[in-house]
Design a protein around this ligand. Structure first.
Ligand code: GLY
Length: 386
């Protein structure tokens, strides 16, 4: 018999990670089933804490793949067709948008990997394959040969590149394998080399934006972007680098990416507060006590730590797995919403863009996605999306 919400909340507060995981998995299925009813056809991005209701964001927004991504993971883990049915149409929606006025950019990996590509992997759907390859072509077309980077955003940001793109490289690696064409692999490796050289600092902290001269490729400056400043340390940027470089190692087996991911991981873990859930920027202020957390940085980093654990022999991988479990325990206990049936999101206390005063202490669909992805990996799920 299913536990009621109060019993479940109590159980989640008391046990070790190993003890709570079965109850959490049970709760997650109930939660996602409820979210399906609540979210309907919306493209969720942000839910404010007072209502817990997800918004309905435009379909070419960078976050539009995460809700269907949750559904595809649930389908893969359970085999239940209602998850597949709810996820099915999303890559078609993107394709329709791609032939209209749109703002697709460097983040097509975040959109097409958890929709078109995973759909093709799990069902063999040829339209999903076609759309995934079209997105990879689009991303490859954003490569700047002088600076060896994938350019960020659109409009006038011609020479800008951002650390977030580390996570989009899996789309290029997938395409290279899928059609046996090394061009995609070469572009992904070249961009990853730029991340290692210009974004990941010697101490393992990470820049958000690097501005290059788009004609000569020379570095002009580093910019703070969504972090507190050019020398600060935006925690979600670190999570993107950690997870992205670990993925790049999985595809290439080149140790320089493994070591880059480890460097970021060691820094990230050293900066965590007592509950293992990061503040939005590790260098936001001398004291971080009053600074908001970013649960999305925590869940994304936890998933990346599990990639590191899998990449290494057990004796070396164990500390990364245990660190991922500590982050998951902190997220589950202190930020998971298990006893408010009307609340549409899984985690509270994400921070979208603090310098722009935008989306602070809210639920974020990508925080929810990486939480589900990490739980799935800890349950033994093998079909990687990123
Ligand atoms: N990719 C944008 C962000 O992390 O907010």
């Amino acid at each position: 018999m299913r536990m009621n919400n109060k019993e479940l909340s109590k159980r989640l507060q008391e046990g070790t990670w190993q003890e709570i995981m079965p109850s959490l998995w049970e709760a997650m299925q109930a939660k996602v089933d409820q979210m399906i009813i609540q979210i309907g056809d919306k493209s969720p991005h942000v839910a404010p804490p007072d209502t817990g209701k997800y918004d309905d964001m435009r379909h070419d927004w960078w976050t539009a793949g995460f809700w269907p991504g949750i559904l595809w993971i649930m389908y893969d883990l359970t085999g239940k067709p209602h998850y597949r049915e709810k996820a099915w149409s999303w890559d078609e929606r993107f394709e329709q948008k791609s032939v209209q006025d749109n703002n697709f950019h460097h983040d097509v990996g975040f959109q097409y990997l958890p929709t078109a590509v995973v759909k093709y992997k799990l069902t063999g759907d040829q339209a999903g394959r076609r759309r995934g390859l079209a997105a990879a072509n689009f991303l490859a077309g954003r490569y700047n040969m002088a600076g060896k980077f994938l350019r960020a955003w659109n409009q006038d940001k011609t020479g800008w590149s951002i650390v977030d793109s580390s996570m989009n490289l899996s789309l290029l690696f997938w395409a290279a394998e899928e059609i046996k064409d090394p061009r995609f692999d070469m572009i992904a490796r070249a961009h990853a080399d730029t991340v290692v050289e210009h974004f990941i600092r010697p101490d393992g902290s990470v820049n958000h934006i690097v501005s290059f001269d788009p004609y000569t490729g020379e570095v002009i400056e580093s910019l703070g972007g969504q972090g507190a400043g050019p020398d600060s340390s935006w925690s979600r940027g670190a999570a993107w680098a950690l997870h992205g470089m670990a993925n790049t190692y999985r595809y290439t087996q080149d140790k320089k990416y493994l070591h880059a991911a480890q460097r970021v991981a060691h820094y990230f873990l050293a900066m965590l507060p007592e509950d293992s859930v990061p503040h939005w920027d590790f260098r936001a202020a001398e004291s971080l006590v009053d600074e908001p957390r970013d649960t999305s940085a925590g869940s994304c980093a936890a998933s990346g730590l599990l990639e590191l654990a899998d990449a290494l022999p057990p004796v070396q991988g164990r500390p990364y797995r245990e660190a991922a479990e500590r982050i998951m325990l902190g997220l589950t206990r202190h930020y998971g919403v298990w006893d408010k049936p009307d609340y549409e999101a899984i985690l509270t206390c994400g921070t979208g863009n603090k310098p722009a005063d935008s989306n602070i202490d809210v639920s974020l669909i990508y925080g929810d996605y990486y939480y589900v992805e990490t739980l799935a990996k800890l349950l033994g799920w093998k079909n990687r999306i990123f």
